[in-house]
Design a protein around this ligand. Structure first.
Ligand code: FAD
Ligand code: AMP
Length: 478
């Protein structure tokens, strides 16, 4: 038996590394076990988010947007561009450099906070012991007072589209293309599918997205989802709803996708195919048989609202537990658990976890949408303000989309903020701050917003809830 720790965290993604740092800040002796190695073969902290998720995908979204703007958006400003080209290798190298900067940043934060980083595969044994197996197969067992399981998730693979080295890939492979595919298929029109499809579409790929459901973006507000579908279709993304992929065949470096939709069985051929059908909790070889930690049949670890598992002193956070698979949800759970171990009464507000789709325009929301509230029988007032009437958006030639604020008809309390348009993620965060403090639409309407800003669209949408918008005709007069 080796060293004893107050807290051992398994997994150094945003759930795990944030929990480790916060626990160390609170005076505990902390170790974090991570097995992931980066492109240089060395341990890389930061999990899916920093290595193959949020950060690298945003790096490519930003690069590809700049290319797209230079190609199609500059002309209106009187800026001429000739002979534009994209060096995909350089774009990927830039992405890799950003990843390295951030994963190295977590290593530095561990050092600064006194967190011990242990390399290898961690497995929980009974009695809050953690067995770590290193790359050479050597095992060491550590004793902990508390264990935080933060092993994250993995992309789901589906039998009709088994991954290959370079033609049928998951989201990780889609961040590594060495050239722009002429024809790209994407299975799944979820957030990851739409973001990665957008990257390669902007760089010139012909993109078809297959979505088994008949409805686009089921989690979004219907009005916003409708606008999004219209906008993406205009951008040239061919989104086939009600299209279930049933098989694939690879021939001469191309993949033929078989799918069924309302018109029956069909086939389309692509140079690359991205499988983006969701993620599953990653609990392979994480728990010895006698730990007593309960999971469901899909490997999702059961926890309560405070991320406590069925075993006292063992917690689980992030993608490996229930709820949305988002980095900010994982990291806030990490903070909550570390603080509760230290005896604080920290709780997390699961009702206000914002969601963002980093396409262009961005789509973001917090709280409930109109169809959810209707289904619950809640009477609401809705205020909508289009970016076409927002000065800053028009100046920037970013006039698509809208801000939608939904408030309780009886109390005026804001229950949801939904945005499609420029800086949607930042606007929704402003709504979330207000909602955390129980803001009413009237409160938001009474605040002073800088002019000219995109934020004024949030101000006007809040005013529109009660028929007081100034820069758009009100649906409801008061
Ligand atoms: P992870 O980040 O998956 O980290 C778990 C870590 O545990 C991994 O490093 C793994 O190697 C390690 N591990 C697992 N088992 C063991 C073991 N037994 N021993 C040792 N180590 C182990 N979310 C957002 O909020 N915003 C976004 O913009 C966004 N974009 C995304 C884009 C893509 C392409 C993808 C794939 C995901 C994206 N996500 C985004 C989701 C986000 O990355 C995850 O929700 C988040 O990383 C979950 O954090 P986590 O700590 O629970 O797990
Ligand atoms: P998300 O889980 O949000 O990333 O979205 C994944 C999407 O993939 C869901 O909307 C699923 O309906 C869709 N999906 C799953 N399997 C298939 C399939 N075989 N063909 C087409 N779409 C699929």
């Amino acid at each position: 038996m080796s060293d004893k720790y107050d807290v051992i965290v398994i997994g150094a993604g945003p759930g795990g590394y944030v929990a480790a740092i916060r626990a160390a800040q609170l005076g505990m002796k902390v170790a974090c076990v991570e097995k992931y190695t980066g492109k240089d073969g060395k341990q890389a902290l930061g999990g899916t988010c920093l290595n193959v998720g949020c950060i690298p995908s945003k790096a490519l979204l930003d690069s590809s947007w700049k290319f797209h703007e230079a190609q199609e958006g500059f002309d209106i400003h009187g800026i001429e561009t000739k002979g534009l080209s994209i060096d995909v290798k350089k774009m990927i190298e830039r992405k890799d450099k950003i990843v390295k900067q951030f994963t190295g940043g977590v290593t530095a934060l561990f050092k600064a906070n006194g967190v011990t980083s242990i390399e290898g595969h961690g497995k929980l044994l009974a009695g809050k012991k953690v067995e770590v197996t290193d790359a050479d197969g050597k095992t060491t067992v550590y004793q902990a007072e508390n264990v935080i399981l933060a092993s994250g998730s993995r992309p789901i693979e589906i039998p009709p589209a088994p991954l290959t080295d370079d033609i049928i890939v998951d989201s990780t492979g889609a961040l590594e293309f060495t050239s722009v595919p002429k024809k790209l298929g994407v299975i799944g029109a979820g957030i990851i599918g739409m973001e990665l499809g957008s990257v390669w579409r902007r760089l010139g790929a012909e993109v078809v997205v297959f979505e088994a459901l008949d409805k686009f973006m089921v989690a979004a507000d219907d009005q916003i989802a409708k606008e999004a579908l219209k906008t993406f279709t205009k951008q040239g993304l061919q989104i086939r709803l009600g299209a279930r992929v049933t098989g694939t065949e690879i021939k001469r470096k191309q993949v033929t996708v078989s799918f069924t939709d309302a018109e029956g069985e069909q086939q389309l051929t692509f140079d690359k195919l991205i499988v983006a059908v969701g993620r599953r909790a990653y609990t392979e070889n994480l728990l010895a048989a006698d730990t007593g930690v309960d999971m469901d049949e899909r490997g999702v670890i059961f926890v309560d609202d405070y991320c406590t598992t069925s075993v006292p002193g063992v917690y689980a956070v992030g993608d490996v537990v229930r709820g949305t698979m988002l980095a900010h949800k994982a990291s806030e759970e990490g903070v909550m658990v570390a603080e509760r171990i230290a005896g604080h009464k920290t709780a997390m507000n699961y009702d206000l976890v914002p969601a963002v789709v980093y396409t262009h325009p961005e789509i973001a929301w917090v709280g409930k949408n109109e169809q959810q509230l209707k289904a619950e029988g809640v009477e609401v007032n809705v205020g909508v303000f289009p970016f076409a009437a927002n000065g800053r958006a028009v100046a920037a030639n970013e006039t698509g989309g809208m801000v939608k604020v939904i408030a309780d008809a009886k109390t005026d309390r804001v229950l949801g903020v939904h945005v499609i348009g420029p800086s949607a993620a930042e606007l929704v965060q402003q709504g979330a701050i207000g909602m955390e403090f129980g803001t009413s639409a009237e409160d938001l309407g009474m605040m002073v917003f800088s002019h000219p800003t995109g934020s004024e669209a949030l101000h006007e949408a809040a005013l529109a809830v009660n028929g007081h918008a100034i820069h758009v005709a009100n649906r409801k007069k008061r």
